[in-house]
Design a protein around this ligand. Structure first.
Ligand code: BTN
Length: 329
């Protein structure tokens, strides 16, 4: 069931820049005009601004820069998606919070999103810079009952979907760096971290985490990240409505999950990956533990393994590892 604020926001969004009458809102919510006004006052404290004009009603003139649950739901209005959305101002890690909720028995799917993380994590236990700087920290919980081996493909499939969504939303073309990075201009805009608990050769539950740089400015980054990180807004030179984007992203990830479970993705998956693949044809080094493999990247196979034509002239496939692109001499 929608909250009162979601209903108010939905009505205002549907009018785009137009006015919505206070009495119509009050009637549709079965409450007094004063009560409607009180809800709007509450939203004002969270970064909304409304213009109120006598005899015309209210108009939404500013949306918050942070993730706001009711606004995300309002944007998802037309989609009948069944999921819980947990919106935190601050959390240690959305992946950890998701794992805790799963362990406590919360029904999946559900989504945890935060304005700031105090212990955001990336692959190989690295820290993920997670200030309250207009970027997105989000995790999805699923209980897929699949073989653990399919987890690798899952992350790559999500990567394809995220790139398609970003491309549609921003009218630009992001790049995918196997296995889990989203890039613009050779700089990292996003990273995915999939974690699972396995039971008797089945995935019991799965957490898909995404950190996506949406609205941070280049001088928001610590010096060490400055040349390696980029946000969508920096790339497009236009700020993005984080709540509208997050709503679209949630819809896309939940749909992509269903396609993954049904197997409906497998025919087009590798081909779609190749459209965004920034490694293909490049001279690379792949690190697997202490082993380093040098060669030329040749795309991925249907399971998402990286195909490498090694320096020794063999074609090999790798399920995991970290890739660096060799600079031209
Ligand atoms: C990587 O590139 O190494 C993966 C980064 C994943 C970061 C996201 S932010 C939301 C979720 N919570 C975390 O602690 N990590 C993931």
């Amino acid at each position: 069931m929608s909250s009162t604020e979601t209903t108010i926001l939905r009505a205002l969004i549907e009018k785009e820049n137009g006015f919505v009458s206070g009495s119509i809102l009050a009637r549709s919510l079965d409450m007094s005009r004063v009560a409607v006004w009180q809800h709007m006052e509450k939203m004002r404290r969270h970064g909304f601004e409304f213009e109120a004009v006598r005899a015309r009603g209210y108009r939404l003139i500013k949306r918050p820069d942070n993730v706001y649950s009711d606004l995300i739901h309002a944007y998802l209005a037309a989609r009948k998606l069944n999921f819980d959305l947990i919106c935190c101002e601050e959390v240690d890690s959305t992946n950890d919070e998701t794992a805790r909720e799963l362990a406590a028995g919360r029904e999946a799917p559900f989504v945890v999103v935060a304005t700031k993380q105090t212990r955001g994590r990336g692959r190989f236990g690295r820290a993920w810079h997670s200030e309250a700087n207009g970027n997105l920290y989000i995790s999805f919980a699923f209980r897929p009952k699949l073989e653990p081996a399919r987890m690798q493909t899952f992350t790559l499939w999500m990567g394809v979907n995220l790139c398609e969504l970003i491309a549609n939303f921003t009218r630009t073309t992001p790049g995918l760096k196997w296995p889990n990075d989203i890039l613009f201009e050779g700089r990292k805009a996003g990273g995915m971290l999939t974690e699972a608990r396995i039971d008797a050769d089945q995935i019991r539950d799965l957490v898909f985490g995404l950190g996506l740089n949406i609205n941070s400015a280049s001088d928001d980054w610590p010096a060490a990240l400055n040349r390696r990180a980029i946000s969508l807004a920096e790339h497009t030179q236009t700020p993005l409505d984080i709540n509208k984007f997050t709503a679209a992203l949630i819809g896309r990830v939940l749909d992509a999950y269903e396609q993954f479970i049904s197997g409906a993705y497998s025919k087009t998956f590798a081909e779609r990956w190749h459209q965004y693949d920034i490694l293909r044809g490049k001279t690379i080094k792949l690190q697997r533990g202490t082993e380093i493999i040098a060669g030329t990247a040749a795309g991925i196979d249907d399971e998402g393994s990286l195909i490498v034509k090694t320096e020794r002239g063999r074609t090999e496939r790798f399920r995991a590892g970290e890739v660096t692109i060799e600079k031209k001499p």
